[in-house]
Design a protein around this ligand. Structure first.
Ligand SMILES: NC(=O)c1ccc[n+]([C@@H]2O[C@H](COP(=O)([O-])OP(=O)(O)OC[C@H]3O[C@@H](n4cnc5c(N)ncnc54)[C@H](O)[C@@H]3O)[C@@H](O)[C@H]2O)c1
Length: 293
């Protein structure tokens, strides 16, 4: 019993939630965007507006497409406003307790046939699904950052995810113009299982004084042909998200090779979370990013 997806609820209007809402609205879905406060939803909508305008400037979409997409977006501070959606994509902070609480509150409100997806970067889909009333209609739909630009979506089935749910999610990803890579439900799936230990190792390299922020990023850009350095990328992802993913890998795989670098912990404790707080391995408050170490 899987419904045709017409209306989508997105929970969390941060960098990922707003990006997901953006591509869904542009692909013709009605989208209701939710977060903890109206301020946060409005800031998510403001960034969607700015990013759509940039796409118009670059000739990627027309002005009509931009205004049609904006017309399909609505704000839902109250989860009750998601009662009529066919699919929810949860994209709140990478914290299992927060996600569980959201699902507990959300499930009684949703239509029984509605699908529930999470954009988690690392947390077990099976475990999250088990906390809901619909593990067979629960799936991981893991978008990449920035959502409007990045082509890949990892699809992750929980142990109970039904074939219909998987097929509907696959169809949805195709409709929003992305390419699917199917991952098994193991900590951090594929992309972050490979990417985050590399970023964590770059932070150890900094912590042990092997190189400065600038030299480590330059080394990996010019020496490994990466489009951005690993510390710049960590700031872009969000250092809180990087730390949460390393903790999931460390606990989930019980291997010390995934131990989060103490310097990463220190930055998160300082509230220096990267670009979103204007300070991380770089300070973004001036005209140009300045390394903080
Ligand atoms: N940053 C990345 O590169 C990236 C990439 C892929 C997936 N993800 C995943 O996407 C999710 C969101 O990450 P992000 O980078 O957008 O983080 P973010 O910090 O930019 O945004 C998180 C948003 O969640 C909101 N939130 C917190 N608690 C909430 C609650 N109880 N109800 C509703 N909203 C709540 C916050 O107010 C904030 O607006 C995480 O699960 C993360 O792992 C992140």
């Amino acid at each position: 019993m899987v419904v045709e997806i017409k209306k989508i609820g997105v929970i969390g209007s941060g960098q990922m939630g707003s990006g997901i809402a953006h591509v869904c609205a542009l692909s013709g879905f009605d989208v209701s965007l939710s977060d903890l406060s109206m301020d946060r939803i409005e800031s998510g909508l403001a960034s969607i507006n700015g990013n759509l305008a940039r796409q118009v400037q670059k000739g990627q979409i027309t002005e009509e497409e931009r205004s049609a997409a904006l017309g399909r977006l609505s704000m839902a501070q109250d989860l009750d406003l998601l009662a009529d959606v066919d699919l929810v994509i949860e994209s709140a902070v990478e914290n299992e307790q927060v996600k569980r609480k959201i699902f507990a509150q959300l499930c009684p409100i949703l239509k029984p046939e509605a699908m529930l997806a999470t954009n988690t970067s690392s947390i077990s889909i099976t475990r999250l699904a088990a906390t809901t009333d619909r593990p067979e209609r629960f799936i991981g739909i893991h978008f990449m950052n920035p959502v409007p630009l990045m082509e890949l979506v990892e699809l992750v089935r929980g142990i109970a995810t039904e074939d219909e749910t998987f097929e509907a999610a696959k169809g949805f990803v195709k409709t929003v113009g992305k390419t699917v890579a199917v991952a098994e439900d193991f900590p951090a799936f594929m992309v972050n299982r490979i990417l985050l230990p590399m970023i964590n190792e770059a932070i150890y390299t900094l912590y042990e004084g092997v190189g400065s922020v600038e030299s480590i990023d330059t080394a990996m850009r010019l020496g490994a042909n990466h489009p951005m350095g690993p510390l710049q990328l960590a700031d872009f992802i969000g250092l809180d998200t990087c730390l949460s993913i390393m903790q999931v890998l460390y606990e989930g795989l019980a291997d010390t090779k995934y131990r989060p670098c103490p310097l990463l912990v220190k930055y998160v404790e300082a509230g220096w979370l990267g670009r979103k707080t204007h300070r991380g391995f770089y300070d973004y408050r001036g005209d140009e990013p300045v390394p903080t170490r």
